[in-house]
Write a protein that binds this ligand. Structure first.
Ligand SMILES: NC(=O)c1ccc[n+]([C@@H]2O[C@H](COP(=O)([O-])OP(=O)(O)OC[C@H]3O[C@@H](n4cnc5c(N)ncnc54)[C@H](OP(=O)(O)O)[C@@H]3O)[C@@H](O)[C@H]2O)c1
Length: 257
């Protein structure tokens, strides 16, 4: 269903991806660059960003920690000063460490909240004035199927992704009338540094390149929710509908134990 202005032609459009030194963000930035977009990549690792720029002539890098509100503001201001507009802002920064209630670690939980959720609020604060002034552009938040319902080992990660998904829905309601697109991305398992430490079988594991193709396809279709790989995410969407007792029995038996 077409819920957003469709983005069909990337030529000359300005795109900023926060969390683009590796994985899904990097692959998406690479494809946008290939389609003619002016891409700004951000993450903490200056080295990873430099490697991207070296391989993608004309692209730009700004090393920032997404938990640094001032740095995001300055980066957004400099981007708008250089290019005069912002067509796409993507929040893809994320961290994951397994956590259970039986070995609760408050610092780990708060770190997830800062990187996975509060950083997205900082990005909004940095770019919304420009998007509203333009009456256009697109905001995309990379959430996760782990935000659909509670999962084992997901005590720190899952709630931040549920919050991001909810945030995207509210943003859509608020911004659609102003001509600003909003999308939320729900990847299943993707083979990236984030999942490299997982000790359990990851069903329907896919690559960052396939993930990037799905994301670009979603933006082109004007989708609000972009989820993949469908053979996995459709099943999890169905599991959202299960009664609590049945859901807890199935999930408690199958993952991360
Ligand atoms: N892989 C999966 O199976 C999967 C599934 C569902 C959702 N996701 C989500 O997809 C997004 C991308 O993850 P990925 O799988 O591609 O993992 P990844 O390769 O580890 O990418 C994470 C990106 O976030 C950046 N980042 C981390 N902390 C940051 C911070 N404080 N400030 C700025 N940038 C930061 C990392 O760069 P630096 O370390 O250089 O800062 C990196 O560029 C994440 O939001 C993740 O939760 C992934």
């Amino acid at each position: 269903m077409t819920l957003n202005p469709r983005i069909v032609d990337w030529q000359g459009r300005t795109a900023w991806i926060v969390g683009a030194s590796t994985g899904i963000g990097r692959a998406t930035a690479s494809k946008l660059h290939a389609l003619g977009a002016r891409v700004l990549v951000s993450a903490r690792s200056a080295e990873g960003l430099k490697a991207f720029v070296d391989q993608h002539p004309g692209s730009e890098a700004a090393a920032v920690d997404a938990t640094d509100r001032t740095a995001l503001h300055q980066t957004a201001a400099a981007l708008v000063a250089r290019h005069g507009r912002l067509d796409l802002a993507v929040y893809c920064a994320g961290t994951y460490a397994p956590l259970r209630a039986t070995a609760f670690d408050l610092d780990v939980a708060l770190r997830h909240q800062q990187v996975n959720y509060v950083g997205a609020l900082y990005l909004l604060d940095a770019v919304l004035p420009q998007l509203l002034a333009q009456r256009g552009g697109h905001l995309s938040l990379v959430s996760s199927v782990a935000g659909f319902r509670g999962l084992p080992l997901s005590l720190a990660y899952g709630p931040t992704k549920a919050a991001l998904t909810h945030l995207a829905e509210v943003l859509y309601l608020d911004l659609h009338g102003a001509g600003i697109g909003v999308s939320v991305i729900h990847p299943g398992f993707v083979d990236t540094p984030l999942t490299a430490g997982n000790r359990f079988a990851m069903p329907a594991l896919t690559t960052p390149e396939v993930a990037a193709d799905e994301i670009l396809d979603g933006w082109q279709r004007g989708a609000f929710e972009i989820h993949f790989p469908k053979r996995f995410t459709r099943m999890l969407k169905l599991m959202r509908l299960l009664p609590d007792g049945l859901y807890f029995r199935i999930v408690g038996r199958t993952t991360g134990r």
